[in-house]
Design a binder for this molecule. Structure first.
Ligand code: NAP
Length: 248
């Protein structure tokens, strides 16, 4: 039977590319999205047309009831879960911290951190060998910003990704004897729409000369790292991180 994978924020960017690669590697998929209904439907249709098994589920990852309903839909549709990619994430307009509001910080932390915690909690309930599950793999999509700090752009987002890194380390230890591996990927400057949300669609091209490899990265390059961490090929790796950042 095919392994079942939940990818949050799968409608666009890194999440959508991870979905395409995971389908090609034989996973059955639950694709989560929030606002981009058309893009999510187009992705679903292309996967189904290719003979892959997938469902869509609209849920705000920071909403506990919606996340619980999404996992119940996975239970009903597939009856098992083997992996989670905590990919959904947001940033906001570039700004110094001194000009940010508490309301913004709450949104950033709610979606990037609480959302990942909620999705991890529900995945653990289903995958932990301690509660009768078959084990599994969680991959958290962090960011190189967690180490670089995001000055003058988004210290709040960088700090949220720092929290994801701590969660990855702690959960890996907590779940090491429950059959669940937990790892992170840290993308650098990747060509997706997220930079437009920060107010600078051309950010990757502006900054790429500061990347040792002298170029931005592509969602498919991040997806490859995620798929490796999900797979048995990384079976003795937990609490680890892969930088996908061209050396930056
Ligand atoms: P993106 O193109 O902006 O896509 C973000 C995805 O997250 C969309 O599918 C969006 O869904 C979803 N999302 C946002 N808020 C959500 C919520 N509350 N509930 C459910 N889904 C939600 O961004 P991306 O670049 O692919 O980013 C993916 C991940 O990589 C994020 O965690 C980001 O922080 C991380 N990352 C990206 C870069 C980069 O350079 N691109 C670098 C480092 C880390 P809808 O559109 O359907 O709302």
């Amino acid at each position: 039977m095919a392994k079942v994978l939940l990818i949050t924020g799968a409608s666009r960017g890194i999440g959508a590319e991870t979905a395409r690669l995971a389908a090609a590697r034989g996973y059955s998929l639950c694709l989560n999205y929030l606002h981009s209904e058309q893009a999510a439907n187009e992705l679903l249709e292309s996967l189904l047309a290719g003979g892959h098994e997938a469902i869509l589920f609209q849920a705000d990852v920071s909403d506990e009831a919606e996340v619980e309903a999404m996992y119940r839909a996975i239970d009903d549709e597939f009856g098992r879960l083997d992996g989670l990619v905590n990919n959904a994430g947001i940033l906001e307009q570039h700004s110094d911290l001194v000009d940010m509001t508490a309301e913004r910080w709450r949104r950033i932390l709610d979606i990037n951190v609480v959302g990942s915690f909620l999705c991890a909690r529900e995945a653990i309930k289903r995958m932990s060998t301690r509660s009768g599950g078959k084990g599994g793999s969680i991959v958290n999509v962090s960011s190189r910003a967690a180490d670089l700090g995001g000055p003058h752009e988004y210290v709040d987002y960088a700090a949220a990704k720092g929290a994801i890194d701590s969660m990855t380390i702690g959960l890996a230890k907590e779940l090491g004897d429950q059959g669940i591996r937990v790892n992170g990927v840290k993308p650098g400057l990747i060509y997706t729409d997220i930079h437009a949300a920060g107010g600078e669609a051309g950010r990757v091209d502006r900054l790429k000369s500061g990347v040792p490899m002298q170029r931005g990265g592509y969602p498919a390059e991040v997806a490859e790292a995620i798929l490796w961490l999900l797979s048995e090929a990384s079976g003795y790796t937990t609490g680890g991180f892969i930088d996908v950042s061209g050396g930056r």
